[in-house]
Design a binder for this molecule. Structure first.
Ligand code: NAD
Length: 258
């Protein structure tokens, strides 16, 4: 028995990092999975590998910041699998030039908000319509621990976008609670994925982050995918409007052990 047997899941940013691992996990738990991304080559590879392992999956090109693409990825999912039960709005970007409010260029702020926040808005806008048509569902929106705490090494646009995701998710949860739709945020701590590769390659920057994690290590994409699976599945059936923190203890700590 899979934990997502009979369910249809749409995952954005599914060609790499956390989304890719989540797509494999959701498929192995019995879901039909639609993988949306802008990286067509990696998306096609992900689709192929999931199928080779006996999963049901297909790739669809979608830039989550574009309304037409968001509508089309939902349409393609429903056309292929007949319904939408799980929407994992995972796609996100973090840009090198995103830093202090004093230095971050306006276009970097706009692009970050466009993908990380408007992308979630558009996914929900089109996804919820499909979920209402198929009797409800579970939405998982990726925020971050930086939506909960401030940092002296700022990434102002990224942080603002993730704070928006938390607020948007709460409101969606309340509005649709009696119509069978749950919506929760996922707040990962620092995870070793391509998103963080550049930052974590620099030993000084790596250690500056590591020192704040009580567990003394970065998380893995699997650890976030498993939390997403819990929120996606009926195991979390009384949870909505919550922020699930998966951060190795960062947000619990005042002083971390040496
Ligand atoms: P990643 O960079 O490894 O993968 C992100 C995927 O999203 C890529 O496949 C990329 O092609 C895709 N993508 C980028 N822009 C897109 C767009 N406009 N439309 C569709 N797809 C797009 O990132 P990750 O580390 O796996 O992060 C996944 C999510 O988790 C993001 O929302 C990120 O902000 C969040 N998060 C990551 C960390 C971390 O430390 N890695 C921590 C907290 C939150």
């Amino acid at each position: 028995m899979g934990r997502l047997d009979g369910k249809v899941a749409l995952i954005t940013g599914a060609a790499g990092g956390i989304g890719r691992v989540a797509a494999e996990l959701f498929a192995s738990e019995g879901a039909g999975v639609a993988l949306a991304d802008i990286d067509d080559e990696a998306g096609a590879t992900a689709e192929k590998e999931i199928r080779e392992h006996g999963g049901e999956a297909f790739y669809v090109h979608a830039d989550v910041s574009v309304d037409h693409d968001a509508a089309a990825m939902v349409e393609a999912t429903v056309r292929r699998f007949g319904a939408l039960d799980v929407l994992f709005n995972n796609a996100g970007v973090m840009t090198e030039a995103d830093a202090s409010v004093l230095d971050t260029p306006e276009d970097v702020f706009e692009r970050t908000i466009d993908v990380n926040l408007k992308g979630v808005f558009l996914g929900c806008k089109h996804g919820i319509r499909a979920m209402l048509a198929s009797g409800g569902g579970s939405i998982v929106n990726t925020a971050s621990f930086v939506a909960l705490m401030g940092a002296a090494t700022p990434q102002i646009a990224y942080t603002a976008s993730k704070g928006g995701v938390l607020a948007l998710t709460r409101e969606i949860a309340v509005e649709f609670a009696r119509r069978g739709i749950r919506a929760n945020s996922l707040c990962p701590g620092p995870i070793e994925t391509p998103l963080m590769a550049e930052l974590l390659a620099d030993e000084e920057r790596r250690n500056r982050r590591l020192v704040h994690i009580p567990m003394g290590r970065f998380g893995t994409a699997e650890e976030i995918a498993r939390a997403a699976l819990f929120l996606a599945s009926d195991e979390s059936s009384f949870m909505t409007g919550a922020a699930l923190v998966v951060d190795g203890g960062i947000t619990a700590a005042y002083v971390t052990p040496a």
